[in-house]
Each structure stands twice: as C-alpha cells, then as structure tokens.
Ligand binder design. Sequence first.
Ligand SMILES: [Fe+2]
Length: 273
Amino acid sequence: MKIGWLSDIHLNFLDDDAVTTFIGELATTGVDAWVISGDIGEAHSVLDYLDRLASGLDRPVCFVLGNHDYYRGSIAGVSREVAAAARADSLVWLTSSGPIEMDEDLCIVGDDGWGDARFGDPIGSRVELNDFHLIEELEGLGRSELIAKANALGDESADRLAPKLDQAALHNAKVCIVTHVPPFEGAAWYDGRQSGPEWLPWFSCAATGRVILDCAERNPDVDFLVLCGHTHGHGCFQASRNVAVHTAGAKYGSPCLQGIVIAEGARLRVHPV
Ligand SMILES: [Fe+2]
C-alpha cells in the first residue's frame, strides 16, 4: 500500500493549464491512494479542484480542508458544499467521515484542525492573518472574540477527531492522521525552525494534539503518523513514542508531492520523492 501525500497545493495560484499538467504528473506516481492535508484552493474554487483531482488521479482521494479553502466564503457554507460533493469511495472529506480502512491493519482518519490560539502568546501576538478578514465567521471580530472563536474551532475539531481515533486504534495497528494545522508546538515548523510565541497561536492546534496524545497513550501498540501542513515549513517531530508528525514544506505557485507513505514493519514511514 502506497499513499501519496499532498499539502498546501493552493491550486488557485496556478493557471488552468498548469493545474491540468500538475494533476497529470501526479497521476503517473503509481500510488494506491492520496491524502491531502488542506489548502487546496479558496471557497469559490475548492470544489472544482477537488473534482479535477478525484477524476484525474483515478485513485481514492482523502482530504481535509485548510483555512485558505474557506477564504472569500464561510466555514459553514464551504463545509456544506464540500460534504455534499464527497463521493463514497473516490473523494472523502475526512472531517465529515469516519476512519477509512486501507488494508487489514492500516487506516486513515482526519480533521481540518484550526489554529486554536492556545500555544504561544495569543493576547500579545500582533500577527494579522488574512483569515481574520477573508473568512466570514472571523471577519470584524475583536481580539478576545477572535481568540474565543479560535478556541471553539479547535475544540470542535478535537471533538470530531477523538471518537474516530478511538475507532481507528481499536481495529488497526497503524493509523495515519491527516490534519491541516500542526497539532503540537514542536510541529509548527517555519523556515527551518519551530515557531515562536507570535505565530504559535495560529500555527498550532492544541486541542487536536491533546486527543491524539491521549489516544496514543491508551493504545501503546498502535503506530500513529500525523501528516499536516499550514505553516509551509518542512519538519518532523516525534510527539511521543508512538506519534510521529510530518509537517509539509510548501511554496505558493509550486505545488509538489510531499512524499509517499509506506508501511514498514510495524511503522508508517514517509518516503521523500
Ligand atoms: Fe497553505
């Protein structure tokens, strides 16, 4: 079983021909399935890109959405549309789906996650994300309202993820978790280093990290591999004995294959390409 990993491909930064070429190149990779850890397009384009990816790759595509996928739209509206567009076996929004069994002991679970303003210094941070202006639910919020909303979005993500993780760990020795926002401080890589207190509130999701570590502790014989993106800085982080995290490096306008996930013995590994 080989799983191709994409993240932060931001296809809206490419012209139409380049999107077609990129998907055509991916289709020759020879993997059995694809995972995408968010930031595929924006609110008005993400559905079209998902449709083109599912058709062009001709293999199951399991994805989560990133913050950019809600830009110039709303979380509620995009969620409704994407959930309706998902196709049972070929296009799976992990956020609204249970675990996806890949073989007898490997499954994929996921949830979007959200920069939940818990790590770092959310009150002192002067970072102004486009999220605060381009996503309907966040637009016009004051700092304390913004922090409360970020907390709530992180909690919602964790609440959805927790039962899926338990179910996955019950039936599988290897669990691949796909999420957009790094779930640990140590996984919020940027420019070769871990993010500082200004960026951490928006570059990490403490709530999903907590449920991942809880589940991993209760299931010491299960290997958990977390694939995330969001910060565009590549790095690896061992969150606990049985939880490894890979954060995708990305550049706007230059989408790429992050790696190929392969089971090796009792573990899941990401092979570079
Ligand atoms: Fe991104």
